[in-house]
Design a protein. Structure first.
Length: 349
């Protein structure tokens, strides 16, 4: 029903407007007693075999919602009812910022893709913290953190520290985001020495807590093999707890959407089906080089149940969806989980 009736209507409207409309509707209905339980009855799926233990956390299932969908932690309770095993909020910055000028979110239906140049638009970390203090759901929550646009890279450590300290009591793990293409200069922090300094700082600060929480790094799909090798070296050296592969891409190769349309849209990170193969390649490479036990979360181009299985077979321990959720609708998570739980499918051991 979603793909044939609901989605065509939603796709008639501006993409970001639809996002806010859906959020407003879920917030309104979520205040009605029993509404979230009804959602869970319709869209959740539970099975003992789906449980996954990773970096000291027990996930009820391996399918999560990627960062960027609920940046400000506005819908944790409602979104958890769609069956997600974990939800990643953010990217959050110390101070509120409006993000880039609109329009900044675009659909490419012919490619089953999105282009966004949101620019870390969020209400600031403290606002998200206050919402998380009031949530009722026990779903695992990750905090994806970054720096403000106006913060120069030489002062980036201060921004990451502010976000870590604020979020520590209310999230289960942290994600250091240096891979978004939509904040000027941010990807420079993926270079070897800046990344070593940043992850070393973050891990050291986390270790100062009585109960340190896992710290993961989210990387871009556009890294060369040499750059991936540098990342792998630093992950090991700093004892970073895991890696998320991958963020959106700046590449426009292989698109079927007319070139004129792509040029009119302009800059931004591409997600969805065109990212699928590259993201999987990166996951395979990371698994081979990091060994069988290093935690990897796979994200990028999961647009079908088969895509999800391929990510897991490539070496991902957990997976995340975003664009696939937009295109496939609220039943997508359940379809993935039911397949993973069947005895005729076995993931990587």
């Amino acid at each position: 029903m979603y793909k044939y009736f609901v989605r065509p209507l939603l796709f008639l409207l501006d993409a970001e407007r639809v996002h806010h409309l859906v959020f407003s509707t879920l917030q309104l209905k979520g205040s009605i007693p029993g509404f979230n339980r009804l959602l869970a009855a319709l869209f959740s799926y539970q099975h003992p075999s789906l449980e996954k233990n990773l970096f000291g956390i027990t996930f009820k299932n391996p399918v999560g919602l990627a960062a960027g969908f609920d940046k400000d932690a506005k819908l944790i309770d409602e979104l958890s009812s769609f069956g997600f095993g974990f939800i990643e909020i953010g990217t959050l910055t110390p101070r509120p910022q409006p993000g880039n000028d609109k329009p900044r979110l675009f659909r490419l239906p012919a490619d089953q893709a999105l282009i966004n140049r949101m620019g870390f638009n969020n209400g600031g970390v403290e606002t998200a913290v206050e919402r998380l203090k009031k949530r009722k759901s026990g779903v695992i929550v990750g905090g994806n953190i970054g720096k403000n646009k106006v913060t120069p890279n030489e002062n980036a450590l201060d921004d990451y520290a502010v976000c870590m300290d604020a979020l520590y009591p209310v999230v289960d793990y942290f994600v250091v985001n240096v891979s978004s293409p939509n904040t000027p200069g941010l990807r420079e922090l993926q270079e070897k020495e800046p990344l070593r300094k940043l992850l070393g700082f973050v891990k050291s600060r986390m270790a100062a807590n009585l109960k340190p929480k896992p710290v993961l790094l989210k990387i871009a799909p556009d890294l060369t093999v040499e750059q991936l090798d540098d990342v792998i070296e630093i992950l090991k050296e700093t004892k970073t707890d895991g890696v998320i592969a991958t963020n959106t891409t700046i590449s426009r190769e292989g698109l079927t959407t007319e070139q004129q349309t792509i040029e009119q849209i302009g800059a931004g990170g591409l997600s969805g089906k065109p990212l699928r193969n590259r993201s999987t390649e990166v996951i395979k490479y990371l698994r081979r080089e990091l060994g069988p036990d290093y935690p990897i979360i796979g994200v990028g181009g999961i647009m079908s149940v088969d895509d999800a299985l391929k990510k897991l077979n490539a070496g991902a321990d957990l997976i995340q969806i975003y664009t696939g959720f937009v295109y496939e609708g609220p039943g997508f998570v359940k379809r993935i989980l039911k397949k993973i739980a069947t005895p005729d499918w076995k993931s990587r051991k």
